[in-house]
Write a protein that binds this ligand. Sequence first.
Ligand code: DX5
Ligand code: ZN
Length: 219
Amino acid sequence: MILPSILSADFSRLAEDCRDVLNAGGDFLHIDVMDGHLVPNISFAAPVFKWLRPIFPDVFLDVHLMIDEPVRYAPEMVKAGANNITFHVEAPEVRSDVAAAAREIGKLGCHVGITLKPGTKIETVLPALPYVDLVLIMSVEPGFGGQKFMADQLDKARLIKPMLKPNQRLEIDGGIDEHTIGEARRAGIDWFVAGNAIFGATDRTAAIRRLREAINAGT
Ligand code: DX5
Ligand code: ZN
């Protein structure tokens, strides 16, 4: 799956930009919520993305919470239309018991994802593994779009892939473009987030086609 990250959208025309990347071949929408504490940037939250739900009733909304208190805010994210909630193991609210956090978010009826910053060891996600639908590997320092891909993070993907059940997904986020996506595919990734590589392209259909060609070349 290819997930355009709306952090790179033009927010003065958010709905049109989302429609455009979905028409261009994007599968799901990736939604970055940042609180300025867990990551050094503030983006937007439920009051903004809830407007997408009625416009795109059938589109899977993949919400990436880069916030200190993901369990506290998860209910309003689901109410706003989130289909998946991904939380960070570094979040102060959850880091002492990531399994409990995953179970708590799962009670809301959404999918649950777990993720980690580049400097965090992959072992930190293991206690939560039985309770999550996906593991997200961050291939940049979370906070901003348009950064350089950190290929060394693929070691985490290679390590965790054999531990996943067939219904659990492995996602990557940060610096994905037509040059990096093939290597990510070879490391076992099946969901690919891309911000700049899609929203920044003049021909978004061609950009997504090139991403898919590179994925297929990578397998
Ligand atoms: C970074 C965000 C990403 C970002 C990716 O903190 O989590 O989702 O939008 O953007 P690109 O693909 O431009 O690196
Ligand atoms: Zn993200």
